[in-house]
Design a protein around this ligand. Structure first.
Ligand SMILES: Nc1ncnc2c1ncn2[C@@H]1O[C@H](COP(=O)(O)OP(=O)(O)OP(=O)(O)O)[C@@H](O)[C@H]1O
Ligand SMILES: [Mg+2]
Length: 152
């Protein structure tokens, strides 16, 4: 596990940029933490670092937003806070073949209907900032966190 304290939102952005720089060609990231923990901030920073321009809206009501990345890949940003049942994910027509990066907020609400996570980021409010614990759940995820630690 990789842990870091993020004293402000700029530090969250920097973590997103570091994750983006070292990201594998395909990756699933689960973002866990209470309301306001900084999940969307981190997702937005990752997407920006991967070349997404323009508005990055929170998929609170749409459940999913899709983005073309500078390298030609496609990122899917999901926020499952408002999903009633994991089965609803099927109605979104999420055929995972198109996505090269999954960023999933509230993944626990989509259990069983999501691809397995490579890296799960646990965020929690601590003082004025946020504590981030990054946990790898696959060989790909472990290699990713090692690569990120090497540039930090
Ligand atoms: N490291 C940090 N230190 C202090 N504030 C931060 C940090 N990272 C993010 N924030 C701030 O926390 C607030 C909430 O962030 P964000 O919307 O990303 O949370 P969230 O986890 O996505 O919440 P939700 O579950 O409601 O979608 C924002 O105002 C953001 O700027
Ligand atoms: Mg959010």
């Amino acid at each position: 596990m990789t842990s870091c304290y993020l004293p402000d939102a700029d530090a969250t952005d920097a973590l997103g940029a570091a994750l983006a720089r070292t990201r594998p060609a395909f990756a699933v990231v689960h973002l866990q933490g209470d309301l306001g923990a900084g999940k969307s901030t981190l997702a937005r920073a990752l997407l920006r670092a991967l070349g997404v321009e323009g508005a990055i809206r929170s998929p609170t009501y749409t459940l999913v937003e899709r983005y073309r990345l500078a390298d030609g890949g496609e990122a899917w940003h999901l926020d499952l806070y408002r999903i009633g049942d994991a089965a609803e994910l099927e109605f979104l027509g999420l055929d995972g073949d198109e996505a090269t990066l999954w960023l999933v907020e509230w993944p626990e609400r989509g259990r069983g209907a999501l691809p397995p996570t490579d890296v799960t980021v646990h965020l929690r409010i601590e003082g004025e900032g946020r504590q981030a614990d990054l946990e790898a759940h696959s060989d790909r995820g472990r290699a990713w966190l090692e690569a990120m630690a090497a540039i930090a």
